[in-house]
Design a protein. Structure first.
Length: 263
C-alpha cells in the first residue's frame, strides 16, 4: 500500500549546489519536515520549484542531515533546470515521492558482478549506489561506464577516482564521443566502447541509466547475447519512446567478447 506521506508535497530547502561536470550540478535538498526519510540511491522523487516539476533520481541520501543529493543536467532553455541551477542555499523547494526501487535492491542475487552504464547525469545514482554499497561491505565487483560528449562534460571525477582508489573491486571508465586527440580513455558511445571490456556478461547484473536510446539498444543487445531479463534493470531520463534499430543492436551484441557469456 502506498504510504500517505509519499503523496504529499513536502517542504524542503536547498542546502547546497555545486557543478560536478560542465552543465551538471549536484543539488542538495534538505527536508524541513519530520516525515520519514527512507531514501536510497535509485529512488525517484519529484521536485517542484518555480511553477514546474520533474522527477529526479536520488544519487545520495543522508538520513542524519535529512539531505538528498540529486545530480541534474542543465537543459539550455529548459523549463525547470535553469532555475534549479540558479537556486541558492536556503531557496524553498517542494518534494514528493518516493518512487521506484533503490538500485541496491534491484541487483539480482545470482549476478557475480555489477555493471552500470550511463549517459550524462545518469552517472549520479550509479555513483551513489556504488559509494553506499561499498561502504556497507558489498563484495561483488562493480564497474561503471559513463558516456559523455567531451572531456569537460565528465561528472564526479574526484569522487569516482577516490572510490576507485579505496576499493579494489570498483572501477569506472568515462567514454567520450568527441575526445581530444591526447585522450587515452574509451572512445565512442558507451554502448559501443563498454562491451569488449565486459568479460562474462551473462554473469553480470546491468543497471542502465539515462538516454532512452542507449537503454533500448543495450537492453536489446543484452537479451540477444542471453543475459537473463532479471539481470537487466534501468531508469530512463528522457527519450522514453526510443526504439532500438536492429543493426545497431547486432553491432553492440557483436562487440561483447564472448557471446556465450560465462566462460
Ligand atoms: C524517472 C525519471 C528520473 C529522472 N531523473 C533525472 C536525474 O536524476 N537527473 C536529470 O538530470 N534528469 C532526470 N530526469 C529528467 C528530468 O525529470 C527532466 O526531464 C529534465 O531535468 C528536464 O528539465 P527542464 O524542465 O529544464 O527541461 P524541459 O523544458 O522539460 O526540456 C526537456 C528536454 O530536455 C531533454 N532532457 C530531459 N532530461 C535530460 C537529461 N537528463 N539530459 C539531457 N537531456 C534531457 C528532453 O529530451 C527534452 O528535449 C528524470 C526523468 C525521469 C522520468
Amino acid at each position: 500500500m502506498t504510504e500517505e506521506w509519499t503523496q504529499t508535497w513536502r517542504k524542503a530547502v536547498v542546502a547546497g549546489s555545486r557543478e560536478v561536470g560542465r552543465g551538471c550540478r549536484l543539488l542538495q535538498v534538505e527536508f524541513t519536515d519530520d516525515l520519514p526519510f527512507p531514501f536510497q540511491p535509485g529512488h525517484v522523487v519529484v521536485l517542484r520549484h518555480d511553477g514546474h516539476r520533474h522527477p529526479y533520481t536520488v544519487s545520495q541520501a543522508d538520513p542524519a542531515r535529512r539531505i538528498l543529493g540529486l545530480l541534474f543536467r542543465i537543459i539550455p532553455g529548459g523549463r525547470l533546470t535553469p532555475s534549479l541551477a540558479a537556486a541558492a542555499p536556503g531557496t524553498p523547494m517542494e518534494v514528493s515521492g518516493l518512487h521506484h526501487e533503490p538500485v541496491a535492491t534491484l541487483i539480482a542475487p545470482e549476478a557475480r558482478e555489477v555493471v552500470g552504464l550511463s549517459t550524462g547525469s545518469g552517472i549520479g545514482p550509479l555513483w551513489g549506489f556504488a559509494e553506499r554499497s561499498l561502504a556497507a561491505g558489498f563484495d561483488r565487483p562493480i564497474t561503471l561506464f559513463a558516456g559523455y560528449r567531451e572531456a569537460a562534460d565528465i561528472c564526479l571525477v574526484p569522487e569516482l577516482d577516490a572510490l576507485q582508489a579505496a576499493h579494489p573491486g570498483f572501477r569506472w571508465h568515462p567514454s567520450l564521443t568527441q575526445p581530444p586527440e591526447a585522450w587515452t580513455g574509451l572512445r565512442g558511445r558507451v554502448g559501443h566502447s563498454a562491451p569488449p571490456l565486459i568479460q562474462a556478461p551473462r554473469a553480470c547484473h546491468f543497471h542502465l541509466v539515462g538516454n532512452g536510446t542507449m537503454l533500448a539498444e543495450m537492453k536489446a543487445a543484452l537479451a540477444l547475447i542471453g543475459v537473463p531479463g532479471p539481470q537487466v534493470t534501468s531508469e530512463v531520463f528522457f527519450n522514453h519512446n526510443a526504439e532500438a534499430e536492429p543493426g545497431t543492436v547486432q553491432a553492440i551484441a557483436d562487440r561483447f567478447k564472448d557471446e556465450t557469456g560465462v566462460p
